[in-house]
Design a protein around this ligand. Structure first.
Ligand code: NAD
Length: 259
């Protein structure tokens, strides 16, 4: 018995945009690991990504191990794409129960180094995109009788060091999550945020390469997390194991923020 048996999950940003880790052939990031684990727990998975190729790779990996998955191209900065991603999940699998908003990019730096264009792009992708996805997913999830949403934020929401636009947009997700959680508790929709610390993900390998040796000494557990550890925490929040948890944040950081 899987913890998500009978559920339909939409994983947005479910590709993995970056080189594979040492010893892996398929690149794994937080979104792709989440999509694969949701399927292993019994969910039918719609993988949405602005890259049709990356979304297709994730869906193919799920099907290769016997799971149910399909993919859709969707750029979260386009309202119509957000609407169509939800519709694609319902069309393929008959309903929508679960949404994971994993899309997140990192551009810009400190206040005086960040351009207005960079700030606008970050707000569009990292916050407005999640807002739009929830706007279209929530009515479908309510129609299905309730479900759960996880928004992927970052430790940068509560700690500095990752650049102003990233810190600002990741912090905004906490407010967005709380607001939707409280409003839609009556629809039996739980909404939570996950705050990953330093994770050896496709995104990080693309942006900064292998940082393990450099960052591990700073982390109480002396290593970066894996995308699979983020995915396990997300699956927990999506599942009935988290049946009384809504409107809150789960930090998954190997103790980094406790220092
Ligand atoms: N790796 C870390 O250390 C770390 C730490 C904290 C938070 N995070 C968060 O984890 C998430 C990303 O993790 P990942 O490993 O899956 O990264 P990733 O970059 O490999 O995957 C994200 C996917 O989102 C897609 N995407 C980008 N812009 C999009 C858009 N406008 N519309 C639709 N899809 C879009 C990309 O094509 C990519 O496939 C982000 O929200 C990031 O902020 C990561």
């Amino acid at each position: 018995m899987g913890r998500l048996d009978g559920k339909v999950a939409l994983i947005v940003g479910g590709g993995a945009d970056g080189p594979p880790n040492k010893g892996e052939t398929l690149s794994i990031g937080n979104g792709r690991a989440t999509a694969i684990l949701c399927a292993r727990e019994g969910a039918a998975v719609m993988v949405a990504d602005r890259s049709e190729t990356l979304a297709g790779e994730t869906a193919a990996a799920i099907r290769a191990e016997g799971g149910r998955a399909d993919s859709a191209a969707a750029d979260v900065t386009r309202e119509d794409d957000c609407r169509r991603a939800c519709a694609a999940a319902v069309r393929a699998f008959g309903k929508l129960d679960l949404l994971v908003n994993n899309v997140g990019i990192a551009i810009g730096g400190r206040l005086l180094e960040t351009t207005i264009e960079q700030f606008d792009t970050m707000a569009n992708v990292n916050v407005r995109g999640q807002f739009l996805m929830m706007k279209y997913a929530v009515p479908e999830i309510a129609k299905a009788g309730g479900g759960a949403i996880v928004n992927v934020s970052s430790l940068a929401a509560i700690r500095t060091g990752s650049g102003l636009p990233y810190e600002t947009t990741k912090a905004a997700l906490l407010g967005l999550t709380r607001s939707v959680a409280v409003t839609h508790a009556r629809d039996k929709i739980r909404v939570n945020t996950i705050l990953p610390g330093l994770i050896n993900s496709s995104m990080v390998r693309r942006l900064v390469g292998d940082r393990e040796e450099r960052v591990a000494p700073r982390i109480p557990m002396r290593r970066q997390g894996t995308p699979w550890e983020i995915a396990k925490a997300i699956v927990f929040l999506l599942s009935d194991d988290a049946s009384y948890i809504t409107g809150t944040e789960l930090i998954v950081d190997g103790g980094l923020s406790a220092r």
